[in-house]
Design a binder for this molecule. Structure first.
Ligand code: UD1
Length: 421
């Protein structure tokens, strides 16, 4: 298994290009199932999660090919052969459940394995099934699989979600595009990836309004057609690399970044002593003189502070002056990076969903283990700012969500290399 060796090497400077969003691409790809005509995505990230979704779509009979070194994904679901998402694929990646709504809408049936537990929490699918049932689907659980059917087709309805789940919003919106009549989805998630999905669905002929707000209205149509769509910038990759000059010092420009993608996160950076400026090409980030200051952070649905940046922010706050309180409100078990950061000299006390971090100034390099995708990159950030060498093992987690991480960080002066193992 490969690992990554990072050596603390002082301030960073230069530019980092930000890829298309993994989480947007993972919901845009299943949208191909809604139409017989081709769907092409540009600005796709080159990640193992995208390969997993490719394998899933191919297992359903979709044609999926990649062009331009993986940045273009051309798909056709003209001749699907299966409506079953197998456990062997779904267990690798929860986002596999995003085929449920499209399959059900187009074929009136879908069989999708429940994802099971994952490192960061239980992650059930009740919010997905409640929404689809409101549209007339009948869903039962048999042998670990959700069996969904809509023999008379789906029918628009007014439905309010109990929690603004990102995946449930995506599944319900995709399903409603082909339902009879109007669907009003209340307490919908507002993430930029949902706005991106709706923009793509609209290009395919869907009639949708209200994306980016808590109420999304979908007027069902008989069929959707082909389209070409550019995947939105990855705000989590953006936020992660914004933290690189924050933790190491220096100034880095994140190409393709926009303030609208990272609202509450930027406010916290500002409070910690980091300047962020929008430029013609992206976002320029610079640490102000002196030590980073402690700030309290609570994760929330967009536009609040993203749970997917909590681990990386914790790495920064380990080096801050003062004590920070981080509250994780989205997932119940998302502090597994804390014991690893502690091995690097951090002072972190975790009690349930709250982590209290007392800044120690400089961390010390150590061998550490990545436990999930965002935890793995938080350890790399910590290693960049630490004294000596840090070896991060189990980097396959990293390959799920960060393309060319070594090259991107090397490009701004970091000392980092991948060790084949
Ligand atoms: C998406 C993102 C993930 C991010 C998360 C929260 C993708 C591919 N992944 O995941 O990176 O961390 O949003 O911003 O876009 N829940 C239920 N029942 C459900 C669905 C969810 O209880 O039916 C709970 C989950 O267990 C979790 C919370 O709701 O505690 C948030 O989950 P959700 O917004 O659905 O996240 P995902 O779509 O899985």
């Amino acid at each position: 298994m490969d690992s990554i060796l990072v050596t603390g090497n002082g301030a960073l400077s230069g530019q980092i290009p930000i890829a298309g969003a993994k989480n947007a691409c993972l919901t845009l790809m299943p949208a191909t199932l809604l139409s017989e005509e081709p769907l092409t995505l540009t600005n796709a990230p080159r990640l193992s999660d995208i390969k997993t979704m490719t394998a899933l779509l191919q297992s359903l009979g979709a044609e999926v090919s990649t062009l331009q070194d993986g940045q273009v994904i051309a798909m056709s679901s003209h001749d699907l052969t299966s409506h079953t998402a197998d456990y062997e694929i779904v267990r690798k990646m929860r986002a596999s459940n995003l085929v449920l709504g499209p399959l059900l809408a187009r074929f009136g049936q879908a069989v999708v394995s429940l994802p099971g537990g994952c490192a960061i929490g239980a992650r059930p699918m009740d919010l997905h099934t409640e929404g689809l049932e409101a549209l007339g689907a009948e869903i039962e659980l048999k042998d670990g699989y959700l069996h969904a059917s809509a023999p008379r087709g789906l029918t628009g309805a007014v439905h309010e979600m109990r929690f603004a789940s990102v995946g449930a919003t995506e599944n319900i919106v995709m399903a409603a595009t082909l339902a009879k009549g109007t669907t009003v989805l209340k307490n919908a998630a507002r993430e930029p990836e949902i706005v991106d999905l709706v923009e793509c669905l609209r290009k395919m002929g869907a009639q949708i309004s209200g994306e980016g707000t808590s109420t999304i209205e979908i007027q069902g149509v008989d069929r959707l057609h082909g389209a070409t769509h550019q995947v939105v910038t990855d705000r989590i990759e953006l936020g992660t690399y914004m933290l690189a000059p924050a933790i190491c010092g220096g100034e880095v420009e994140l190409l393709g970044g926009r303030l609208s993608l990272v609202g509450a996160f930027v406010e916290k950076l500002d409070a910690a002593g980091i300047d962020v400026e929008e430029t013609a090409k992206g976002l320029k980030v610079r640490r102000r003189n002196g030590r980073v200051q402690a700030v309290d952070v609570t994760t929330e649905p967009f536009p609040g502070f993203p749970t997917d940046l909590q681990a990386q922010m914790m790495a920064l706050l380990c080096t801050a002056e003062g004590t920070s309180v981080l509250e994780e409100k989205i997932f119940e078990n998302r502090f597994m990076h804390a014991p690893e950061l502690t091995r690097m000299g951090a002072r972190i006390d975790v009690q349930g969903g709250t982590a209290t971090v007392t800044g120690v100034g400089r961390l010390k390099g150590a061998p550490v283990m990545a436990t999930d995708l965002r935890a793995s990159v938080s350890l790399i950030l910590a290693g960049l700012a630490a004294e000596g060498e840090t070896v991060v093992s189990r980097v396959y987690h990293l390959d799920r969500g960060y393309e060319h991480v070594v090259q991107k960080l090397e490009g701004v002066g970091a000392k980092i290399e991948r060790i084949k193992g």
